[in-house]
Design a protein around this ligand. Structure first.
Ligand code: AQP
Length: 335
């Protein structure tokens, strides 16, 4: 079976963008693919972080994977920092990756503007660590949101141009070169406060996102405050109406009606009525996730057990790949 690898950062409660753009794809693909899913805690410290929050969010993120339908019988779920090969391979890749490949990454440019003088080397190096995450598991596909597409391209370039072609043999490449898998709908869910910005965990405005743990009152409040425009009727694809496009996309997916039915239903609807049905669709889609999440958080041993088993399996695959790269680069093996 083809293999997939993906993950999310434990930088806060996951939001509906993370779910619609990535996690729901993982839940579907796990039945036809060998699936490795990690909580990328090493990535989460590339911006200033609070240790207590990181600890809490790492467990929350793993529990939310399961609550969203990730089944440990079908997927290997683990914590990135539990597998030391991620950091070790990252160093090896750092030493062959040109600095200017990293300086042109859009996410680095955007995040470094926000962080001013506090930009860390880790933030610049984020895509190399991501390449290590993916390449360690010989992934065929990486299901991600649109925002990660450029990082995936970089991982492919590092694998092909900097490792396989320099140190490998065309018959037997060192790394498998992965492909991005991006959803047709929901790959880029936008902020509720500004339809031109991506919904993001790290946006200081908490009203800009709906998290998977928001209760019905909070969802109602956030959707009431969500930015609208002065036109009646919802529509897709009008560049001057990004908020209408975004909220209709969320409605089409979460109501289960799909783009065509949703656009007919809402074509002449006023914003007040639309916001009511959108709220209902979000609340009922989140209900089963929140119920499962509560059960999981009440049984910490169950979650620990899944993460322990996940780490054991991930470690075997990752160590094997790391050994192969170390040999190819000329490192003396420890006897
Ligand atoms: N707005 C989004 N729409 C669709 N997909 C999204 N993803 C993120 N935001 C959206 C996808 O979710 C997966 C996990 O993301 P991540 O935690 O690795 O980090 P990110 O891409 O940087 O997402 P955030 O929420 O904006 O986090 P912060 O603010 O901490 O940087 C990825 O597959 C991502 O594409």
């Amino acid at each position: 079976r083809p293999r997939i690898l993906s993950g999310a950062q434990p930088t806060g409660a996951l939001h509906i963008g993370n779910w619609l753009g990535a996690i729901r794809n993982w839940a579907e693909l796990q039945h036809s693919h060998e699936t490795f899913l990690c909580v990328v805690d090493l990535h989460a410290i590339t911006a200033a972080h609070d240790p207590i929050e990181l600890l809490k969010n790492t467990r929350t993120t793993a529990a939310l994977y399961l609550a969203c339908g990730i089944d440990p019988e079908h997927s290997t779920v683990f914590i990135q920092s539990h597998i030391s090969a991620h950091s070790e391979l990252c160093w090896l890749l750092n030493c062959v990756t040109p600095l200017n490949w990293l300086e042109r990454m859009i996410q680095f440019k955007e995040k470094s503007i926000k962080q001013g003088n506090n930009v860390s080397i880790g933030l610049l190096d984020y895509p190399v660590m991501m390449a290590a995450d993916i390449l360690l598991y010989n992934a065929d596909f990486v299901p991600v949101g649109e925002d990660q597409k450029q990082h995936l391209e970089l991982a492919r370039d590092i694998a092909q141009q900097r490792i396989n072609s320099r140190f490998g043999n065309p018959e037997k490449p060192i790394f498998k070169v992965p492909q991005a898998l991006i959803m047709k709908e929901g790959a880029r869910i936008m902020s509720l406060s500004d339809g031109r910005n991506k919904m993001s965990k790290s946006d200081p405005d908490i009203n800009s996102r709906i998290t998977l743990l928001d209760n019905p009152d909070l969802v109602t409040k956030k959707i009431k405050r969500a930015k609208t425009d002065s036109t009646i009727g919802l529509e897709f694809g009008n560049p001057s109406r990004p908020e209408a496009d975004n909220l209709l996309t969320i409605y089409a997916i979460l109501s289960g009606k799909g783009m065509e039915v949703a656009s007919l239903e809402c074509a002449e609807m006023g914003w007040g009525t639309f916001k009511r049905i959108l709220t209902e669709a979000i609340v009922s889609a989140l209900h089963p996730i929140q119920t499962k999440y509560k059960e999981l958080m009440n049984d910490p041993k169950y979650l620990d057990d899944i993460l322990r088993k996940g780490s054991l399996k991930a470690c075997m695959v990752a160590d094997e790949t790391l050994g192969r790269v170390q040999d190819a680069l000329g490192f003396l093996r420890k006897e």
